[in-house]
Design a binder for this molecule. Structure first.
Ligand code: NAD
Length: 482
C-alpha cells in the first residue's frame, strides 16, 4: 500500500490531523494506497513555506528559474514509464494514452515555460515627445493552484510552470481522486534541487484543503480547473477579497459534421473526440451535430467504429477504453444515461457495463462507449455536462441551424468543425461562441495560443504569454522626458 503525504517546504510530511483517504484504483474498484486528508493547518503551513520562499525565488534571474523547470522536465522524462503507469493506475485511463500523450504533454508544459520566460517581451510607449511609459510585470506572490482528476499531471504542470517561471511560489492542491502523479512530481522537484517552499503540494478534499487555500488572505491568485459548480463556489468565496482568479471549467462541446467531410478519417476523429479518456476530457465532443443529408450513413459508421473500441484493463497495451475515475462518477454517468432513455433517447450502443471484462477488472468502474440519438437539442442530455463515454447525435439542416444548436448551451469551451469548405469553416469559427474552435482536427494544441472557455466554461485565458501575464501584476511607469 502506497501512502501519499504532503510536500511542504521541500520535504514530505504527514497531515497534522493524521487523517488519510483511500486512494482507489478505478480499474479494479479497490484502494491501492491512501492519501493525506489535509485540513486548514496543513494548508497554512504550505502557504507559510511559499511566502518565505518568495523573496529569493522572485529575485532569481529568469535563466536560473528556467533551468529548474528544464531539469524537472528532464527528470520526468527519464521516469516516463513510472509516471505513465502511476497515471493509468490512478485514473483508470489506458497506459498507452498516459505514456504517449499526457505525461509527454506535462513535460512539454515545463519545457515551454522554461523557454518562454527567457523570451518574455516587455512593453514601452512614447507619449508624443513628453514621456516614456513602460510596464513592469512583477510576480504576485503565493499562488493557489487547484486541479482536477482527468489529466492530473498535465493540468497541474500547466499551472505550476507559468506560475513559478515568472517568479511566484505556489501551493498546489491536486484532486484527491488522483494524487499519485502530483506526488511523483514533488519527488522530481526535490530531486532536481528546487529551493524548498517554491512548490508545495497539499493533498486532500476540495471542501477542506481546497476551500482553505481559496480562503487564505495570503494567497492573492487562484488558478482553478474543475467543474463549473465548484468554480462558481470559488468565485463567490474570493469575490469579497478581490483575488485574481482563472477558472477553467466544464464544457458541452459540439463536433459539427458537414456532408462534404464524410470519410473514414472524420468518423475516426469524431469517435476519438467523443470517447478519448472515456469521455473524461473537458474538450470532448459530446454533442455530435450531423448534417441531415448524411445522418443515417454517418451514424451507422459511428456506431460501427465505436463498437470496435477495445475496452479492457488500462494497463494492457491493447486497451483503448479504460475505467471511469470513481464509483460516484460511474453512478453519475449511468444516471445520465437513464435520463437520456427516459427522455426518449434511442441507445445505439453501450448504455451500461461492457459485456465482458478481464477478471482483474470485474469490479472496476467501466461503462461501454454510448451513442444516443433522437433527443432534442434542449434536453438535459444535450445541455448538461456528463463527462463520461456518452455522446448524442443531433441532426441539423443548414449552417445557420448548426450554429444555433452549437451555441445553444450555457457552456463555451471548444467546438470542432468538419468540412472541406474553407469559407464555411472560417464563417463558423467566427460565429461559434467557444474559446477554441478546431477545423478538421481535435485536441491539437499549440501552447503559445490562449486557452480557456467562455460563458460557464471559463474566466480568464491561460496559455502562452497570457498564462505568464495572468501570474504577474502589471505596473505602469510613466516618466517625463521633457
Ligand atoms: P471538481 O470541481 O469536483 O474538482 C476540481 C478540484 O477542485 C479538485 O482538486 C477538488 O478537490 C477541488 N475543489 C472541490 N471543491 C472545492 C472548493 N469548495 N474549494 C476549493 N477547491 C475545491 O472537478 P473534477 O470532478 O475534479 O473535474 C471534472 C471537471 O473539470 C469537469 O467539469 C471538466 O469539464 C472540468 N475540466 C475542465 C478543464 C478546462 O480546461 N476547462 C480541464 C479539465 C477538466
Amino acid at each position: 500500500m502506497k501512502r501519499i503525504v504532503n510536500f511542504i517546504n521541500g520535504t514530505f510530511v504527514e497531515p497534522r490531523g493524521g487523517r488519510f483517504l483511500p486512494n482507489m484504483e478505478p480499474a479494479i474498484g479497490a484502494p491501492y494506497g491512501d492519501v493525506a486528508d489535509s485540513e486548514e493547518p496543513d494548508v497554512a503551513d504550505a502557504i507559510a513555506a511559499a511566502e518565505a520562499a518568495f523573496a529569493d525565488w522572485s529575485r532569481l534571474p529568469a535563466e536560473r528559474r528556467s533551468r529548474y523547470l528544464t531539469a524537472a522536465a528532464d527528470r520526468i522524462e527519464s521516469q516516463l514509464e513510472a509516471f505513465a503507469s502511476a497515471e493509468s493506475i490512478d485514473t483508470g485511463k489506458p497506459i498507452t494514452r498516459a505514456r504517449a500523450l499526457e505525461i509527454p504533454r506535462a513535460i512539454a508544459n515545463l519545457k515551454f515555460f522554461a523557454g518562454a520566460i527567457l523570451h518574455e517581451r516587455g512593453e514601452a510607449y512614447i507619449t508624443d515627445r513628453s514621456a516614456v511609459n513602460y510596464v513592469l510585470r512583477r510576480p504576485r506572490g503565493v499562488c493557489g493552484l487547484i486541479s482536477p482528476w482527468n489529466m492530473p499531471l498535465y493540468l497541474l504542470t500547466w499551472k505550476i510552470a507559468p506560475a513559478i517561471a515568472v517568479g511566484n511560489t505556489c501551493v498546489a492542491k491536486p484532486s484527491e481522486l488522483t494524487p499519485m502523479t502530483a506526488h511523483l512530481l514533488g519527488q522530481a522537484l526535490r530531486d532536481v534541487g528546487l529551493p524548498p517552499g517554491v512548490v508545495n503540494i497539499v493533498h486532500g478534499q476540495g471542501s477542506s484543503a481546497g476551500a482553505a487555500l481559496v480562503a487564505d488572505r495570503r494567497v492573492r491568485t487562484i488558478s482553478f480547473t474543475g467543474g463549473t459548480r465548484t468554480g462558481a463556489m470559488i468565485a463567490a468565496a474570493i469575490a469579497p477579497q478581490f483575488k485574481k482568479a482563472a477558472l477553467e471549467m466544464g464544457g458541452k462541446n459540439p463536433a459539427i459534421v458537414f456532408a462534404d467531410s464524410m470519410s473514414a478519417a472524420t468518423v475516426d476523429a469524431v469517435v476519438k473526440s467523443a470517447f478519448s479518456n472515456q469521455g473524461q476530457i473537458c474538450l470532448c465532443g459530446s454533442r455530435i451535430l450531423v448534417e441531415a443529408s448524411i445522418e443515417r450513413e454517418f451514424t451507422a459508421r459511428l456506431v460501427e467504429r465505436t463498437l470496435a473500441l477495445r475496452i479492457g484493463d488500462p494497463l494492457e497495451e491493447a486497451t483503448e477504453q479504460g475505467a471511469l475515475v470513481s464509483h460516484a462518477h460511474y453512478e453519475k454517468v449511468l444516471a445520465a444515461i437513464a435520463v437520456a432513455r427516459d427522455d426518449g433517447g434511442e441507445l445505439l450502443c453501450g448504455g451500461g457495463r461492457p459485456a465482458s471484462l478481464p477478471h482483474r477488472c470485474r469490479n472496476g468502474y467501466f461503462i461501454a462507449p454510448t451513442l444516443i440519438r433522437g433527443l432534442g437539442a434542449g434536453c438535459r442530455t444535450n445541455q448538461e455536462e456528463i463527462f463520461g463515454p456518452v455522446a448524442s447525435i443531433i441532426p441539423f439542416g443548414d449552417e445557420r441551424e448548426a450554429i444555433e444548436i452549437a451555441n445553444g448551451t450555457a457552456y463555451g469551451l471548444a467546438a470542432s468543425i468538419w468540412t472541406n469548405d474553407l469559407a464555411r469553416a472560417h464563417r463558423l469559427a467566427e460565429a461559434l461562441e467557444f474559446g477554441t474552435v478546431w477545423v478538421n482536427c481535435w485536441l491539437l494544441r499549440d501552447l503559445r495560443t490562449p486557452f480557456g472557455g467562455v460563458k460557464n466554461s471559463g474566466m480568464e485565458r491561460e496559455g502562452g504569454d497570457e498564462a505568464m501575464r495572468f501570474f504577474t501584476e502589471p505596473k505602469t511607469v510613466c516618466a517625463k522626458t521633457e
